[in-house]
Structures are given as structure tokens and as C-alpha cells.
Design a protein. Structure first.
Length: 355
């Protein structure tokens, strides 16, 4: 069925619809990964967005039962150059078009994704609509409250194998983060983003992990006082949005990147060792380097391409953060050791500092 990708810039692309044939709209972003489309589409950090895949052929290895990062996709749709309808992989259960239809995702194929990507790079914030009407313009007002849409409503506990007890504060976490902790023997309790210090004290964990998630980190400002009390009582690791929220807790400022970091080959430099790692990333906001209080926080990692802040470490407390995804799904596993360091910290620091 013929359809169109209509952009807020006025550009219109004709293609073929698949998945949910009703019109869908959202912020238009691009992901540069060659593989990992299933993980990308089920990553809650893409909530409310339409994802353009820059790799020309998407869907060639199908969709399986093990690589979903959430129960269902939170994104609105996907844009691909060429959709493979005959996938081949021993784990494949169905095709990408079937996945899109099952979950109500709008899809369009036959699009010049290189040109779409250039438009996003040149214009920054771009909205798109997948529709049957080329004159059907997308809304241009960003959707707010995305974390509330994807966070768990109540605590869920996952038993471990003798490791420390970690509370995962859910801003829209990826299952691979949970899996990484469970693989190290941790017991994990996933809790809502708005958890109170008193509730955390009752759980009495060995460590805290602030997860990834969608949207503007400044939407979390009302929750910062409680989160500050929580993380200062435990070893803490912040990932992606969790990194940005931690930065806000300590007086840093955040802002939009020109067009975001979304892909699986972003080079990041460890400022202590000088070593460069390839990382998986998915974010549209960053911590502003000039706002970091160097008397309180050390910048531990920077992005090699644009020098943006990719990691922070508290100078006096066992609190560290990374902007990239050490669980690496999809992407390289260069920085998987960050989970090992965090778990070791949780094991070493047994004495709580509750007020």
C-alpha cells in the first residue's frame, strides 16, 4: 500500500506502508547500527519516536523470542530503505513486518534514508508522520511524560545467586541491564522512578542503578531531592538518562544534542587511561561540560567525536555514571566491565549510611 513520510520541514517521501497502516507521528530520529533493529525498536528510550534505520537492508535475520528489551515497543514507527520479507536465521520466529503489525507500529519502506538522515542532521529537531496523505503534516510539539509511560508501576523482584541486592530505578530500563546484573549473581528489585527515600530504606539494598529512559532529563527535577538522598546512601551507577539525572542532582545542566547519538559504534575515551572504547548509545540530550562542578565531580569519559561528557565520577562518594550503554545490546561489549566494577563496589561497601 502506497504511503508517505511527511516531515515538519515540508519534505515528503513516497514509499510502501507496512505494519500498522493507520497514521502515526513522533520525533524523527536515526540509528546508524548495522544490526540490532529488534533491540532498538523495543528499547523504551525510543518512546514516542519514529526510528529511521540508516543501514540500507533491514529485517534480513528476522525477529526472535529472546532479544526484546521490553514487553512491547514504545516507539511509534520505523523508516527503512529496503525491508526484507524473507528473513533467514535459525532463531527467527517471524519477520519485521509481522512484528510491526503485532505491536501496532507504523512502518514505511522504499525511502531514501540517507536523505532523511541528512535532513535531521541539518535541522536538528524534526518531526515526522507516516500516513497515506502527503498533505498530512505532523504535530511539532514534543510529547512529555514519557518516563511515566514506560516505567514499572510497582516493584518487581528477581532473585539472584548469592550476589549483592541491587535496586534498579526504572526510568525505562532495557532488559539487557537487568540480565547483566542477574548474570553476575545479583538479586534485583525493579522499582518505579518516583520511589521515596523511606521506601528505599525499607528495601535496604546494597546498591542502586539509575536506568536509561526517554525524554528530557529535566522532567525528573521534581524527584531529584529524594533521589539524592537515595544515591548518597548507596554505591550507585547511572546509565544514559540515569547519568543525566545524577548530573542534575549535583548542579549540572543538560541540553539537547544537535541530532543525538544513536548507534553502536560511538567512540568514547577514558580520561584516566586514555583508552578508547566503541560503545552503544541512544540519547538526544547531554550533560553540559561547562556546568560540571570539578570540585565535586570528575569527568571520566568523553565522546571522541564531539567531546561531549560521557561519564562522571563523584570525588567523595561511590557514585559513577556513563552516558553510553555498557550492556551493549545491540553493540560492542567493550565496556561490559563497568558492571563488574559496580557489583564489586556493592559487595565491598556493606555498611549503610541511612539518616
Amino acid at each position: 500500500m502506497k504511503g508517505y513520510l511527511v516531515l515538519s520541514t515540508g519534505d515528503v517521501f513516497e514509499g510502501t506502508l507496512f505494519g500498522n497502516l493507520e497514521a502515526c507521528q513522533g520525533e524523527l530520529v536515526f540509528n546508524t547500527g548495522m544490526t540490532g533493529y529488534q533491540e532498538v525498536l523495543t528499547d523504551p528510550s525510543y518512546s514516542g519516536q519514529i526510528v529511521t534505520f540508516t543501514y540500507p537492508l533491514i529485517g534480513n535475520y528476522g525477529v526472535n523470542d529472546i532479544d526484546d528489551e521490553a514487553i512491547r515497543p514504545a516507539c511509534k514507527g520505523l523508516v527503512v530503505g529496503e525491508l526484507c520479507t524473507t528473513p533467514s536465521h535459525y532463531l527467527s520466529k517471524n519477520g519485521l513486518a509481522e512484528m510491526a503489525k503485532k505491536h501496532g507500529l507504523g512502518g514505511i519502506t522504499g525511502i531514501d534514508t540517507r536523505t532523511v538522515t541528512q535532513i535531521i542532521r541539518e535541522n536538528g529537531l524534526v518531526f515526522g508522520k507516516i500516513t497515506t496523505d502527503p498533505a498530512d503534516l505532523p504535530d511539532t510539539i514534543p510529547v512529555t511524560g514519557q518516563v511515566e509511560m514506560v516505567s514499572t508501576e510497582e516493584a518487581v523482584h528477581y532473585p539472584g545467586q548469592g550476589g549483592p541486592h541491587v535496586v534498579l530505578i526504572d526510568f525505562g530500563y532495557k532488559k539487557s541491564i537487568l540480565d547483566s546484573l542477574l548474570a553476575r549473581g545479583c538479586s534485583v528489585t525493579v522499582v518505579p522512578y518516583h520511589i521515596k527515600y523511606k521506601e528505599m530504606k525499607a528495601i535496604d539494598p546494597n546498591g542502586i542503578l539509575l536506568s536509561n529512559g526517554p525524554g528530557d532529563p529535566k522532567e525528573m527535577v521534581p524527584y531529584l531531592p529524594e533521589l539524592k538522598r537515595i544515591i548518597e546512601a548507596h554505591p550507585t551507577l547511572g546509565i544514559c538518562l540515569g547519568h543525566q539525572v545524577t548530573a542534575l542532582i549535583y548542579g549540572c545542566d543538560t541540553g539537547r544534542l544537535p541530532y543525538g547519538h544513536r548507534g553502536s559504534n560511538h567512540p568514547v575515551k577514558n580520561l584516566e587511561t586514555g583508552k578508547v572504547y566503541l560503545t552503544s548509545q541512544n540519547h538526544g540530550y547531554m550533560v553540559k561540560e561547562e556546568s560540571v562542578n570539578k570540585n565535586l565531580l570528575d569527568i571520566s569519559y568523553i565522546n571522541v567525536n564531539d567531546k561531549s561528557v560521557e561519564g562522571l565520577a563523584h570525588r567523595h562518594l561511590p557514585i559513577s555514571t556513563v552516558q553510553f550503554h555498557p550492556e551493549a545490546h545491540p553493540g560492542p561489549s567493550d565496556t561490559d566491565f563497568i558492571f563488574d566494577e559496580f557489583v564489586k563496589q556493592c559487595q565491598l561497601i556493606g555498611e549503610k549510611t541511612y539518616a
